[in-house]
Design a binder for this molecule. Structure first.
Ligand code: KIV
Ligand code: NA
Length: 264
């Protein structure tokens, strides 16, 4: 297998070949996931919840994202590496966002991800024009979960759906080359996947997306507490972690995951 490039991801989207993505925060799992055929590794700021035990992703710091990105980048062989810009590191100006994104790029990220639409458009243009690929993240945006009054499906009513579509189109025009859609109705995610021209990676966004992402610890069932509806426990019926991750890749590729019970 050759290292995955941005062009390869765009080609996979165009061909309807599903993209399997998982979060990853360290070298051991980067090696395991890469070997199992995961196409893209996301150093998600979900590490605030999963590794640090925080209530939200808001307290996650850029230096922490840089550290985990370095750990993953050292072990990866094939997968595309996406790293989250944490809360507050891209909000004040495109210039500030550049300094934050550059640190992630220097740590080994191929692409940075940022949450929100509208106010982020100018920043996405600034970064992409200067050579840092950007993944946008719309729908449920965990960094602003307090302002959203909790984890709930986004874009359900006509007005919300229209706004989400407008934001997505603007972000693509500004140069975004991937979009994560979290907790949105499957029909809306399908429509965007068919119309935007870039890979749309869903988490709680139905099976019609170009690919899927889950938090690693959620799909391995090591996250304490209740699992969100869109998560499947891939350890069920698996003989090892390698086996569970292999099943995830196979089920994303075949379209077996997500099933209707994981979808809104
Ligand atoms: O931080 C994260 O894990 C994410 C994914 C859930 C998309 O942003
Ligand atoms: Na995130």
């Amino acid at each position: 297998r050759k290292p995955i490039t941005l062009q390869r991801l765009l080609d996979m989207h165009a061909a309807g070949d599903k993209i399997a993505m998982l979060t990853c925060y360290d070298a051991a799992f980067a090696h395991l996931l890469d070997t199992a055929g995961v196409d893209a590794l996301l150093i998600g700021d979900s590490l605030g919840n999963v590794l640090q035990g925080q209530e939200t992703t808001v307290p996650v710091r850029l230096e922490e994202m840089v550290y985990h990105t370095r750990c993953v980048a050292r072990a990866r062989r094939h997968a595309w590496i996406v790293a989250d810009l944490p809360f507050g590191t891209y909000h004040t100006s495109p210039q500030d966002a550049w300094h934050s994104a550059m640190q992630l790029a220097q740590a080994g990220a191929h692409m940075v991800k940022l949450e929100g639409g509208g106010w982020t458009t100018e920043t996405v243009r600034f970064l992409t024009e200067r050579g840092i690929p950007v993944c946008a993240h719309l729908g449920l945006t965990p960094q602003t979960v307090t302002a959203l009054s909790g984890f709930k499906v986004q874009g359900r009513d006509e007005q919300g759906a229209a706004q989400l579509k407008a934001h997505a189109r603007e972000l693509v025009q500004a140069g975004a080359q991937m979009l994560v859609l979290e907790m949105v109705p499957a029909a809306l995610a399908g429509e965007l996947t068919r119309s935007l021209g870039i890979p749309v990676i869903g988490i709680g966004a139905g099976a019609e997306c170009s690919g899927q992402v889950l938090v690693l610890h959620d799909m391995l069932d090591v996250t304490p507490g209740r699992r969100p509806r869109f998560v499947r426990n891939f350890m069920q019926g698996a003989s090892s972690i390698q086996d569970a991750v292999g099943q995830y890749v196979a089920d994303v590729k075949s379209g077996a995951f997500p099933a209707p019970e994981h979808t809104y």
